[in-house]
Ligand binder design. Structure first.
Ligand code: NAP
Length: 242
């Protein structure tokens, strides 16, 4: 199985003209160029590894919110997880890129992978806002468990101004009304939409544990991802702190 070549580091610049290598990602660099109002989804996550739950939920959010496409944005340095050890960013990116390749409405971006230092969502959204024209509305999609901590994120109020937020819940998990109210009053986060996706009972943590203990992950990740994990020998040992 061939995996995508790693593109060289790309840098984003306000108003930049499309260069030979993608700025955000090949499929959606020109989104909105026609002047039409469009919505673009940004699927933020560690993706360690990406699984069918992520893919199904991105597809469902795309449909429900009328998004032109969804850009998967693997976190470069998810520093809040340093205590547990996170798989190399290039390997996580390779898996994401391979997993989304067959859906013309999806793509993967290296923006956070290529940016040095800790990954902050606000930096990503600022870069995307500088790249896309005003007629492109951004929707930042992530797990509700992650988004409910948004008030602890850097410049949380700006995150809430730069993009609409879609918090994907798993069965049995919700951000309660009190938390939503708190987010609005303390962080100026007005647009948090909750979305209960089906097929999200699978989690990356479970998958890593399955591989470590020699159990099958077939059908829980795209086959191309299962092959990559096997070939690269990922997740065979318990995660060590970075
Ligand atoms: P996480 O703690 O790994 O995820 C929390 C939960 O949400 C997990 O159950 C996870 O399931 C699920 N999840 C994660 N991404 C998802 C997605 N796109 N769709 C559906 N479910 C998802 O959270 P994380 O991956 O570290 O962070 C999520 C996003 O928030 C990333 O883009 C990250 O950069 C951003 N973030 C920003 C800051 C900041 O700016 N300061 C701080 C923290 C996080 P799985 O384990 O199965 O994925």
């Amino acid at each position: 199985m061939a995996f995508p070549d790693r593109a060289p580091a790309s840098h984003i610049a306000a108003g930049s003209i499309r260069a030979s290598k993608p700025v955000v990602c090949a499929r959606f660099d020109d989104a909105g160029a026609c002047g039409k109002r469009i919505r673009l989804g940004i699927m933020g996550g560690t993706f360690d590894p990406i699984h069918v739950g992520h893919l199904a939920c991105a597809e469902q959010v795309r449909e429900a919110f009328g998004l032109e496409g969804v850009i998967f944005m693997p976190a470069g340095d998810p520093w809040m997880k340093r205590g547990r050890g996170v798989t190399d960013a290039e390997a996580r990116f390779d898996m994401v890129k391979a997993a989304v390749a067959d859906n013309p409405r999806f793509d993967a971006s290296r923006l956070e992978i290529d940016r040095c230092g800790k990954t902050y969502t606000v930096d990503t959204l600022r870069a995307l806002r500088a790249h896309y024209p005003e007629n492109v509305e951004l929707y930042f999609i992530s797990g509700a468990d992650a988004l409910q901590h948004i008030l602890e994120w850097r410049d949380a109020d700006e995150v809430g101004r730069l993009a609409r937020l879609v918090a994907v819940t798993r069965p049995g998990y919700e951000i309660d009304d009190a938390r939503k109210r708190y987010m609005r009053t303390h962080g100026g986060i007005r647009h948090v939409s909750m979305f209960e996706a089906t097929a999200l009972a699978v989690s990356s943590t479970d998958l890593r544990e399955k591989v470590r203990s020699g159990r099958s992950i077939r059908y829980l990740v795209p086959q191309v991802v299962a092959d990559y994990i096997e070939q690269q020998g990922l997740y065979r040992e318990a995660c060590r702190p970075a």
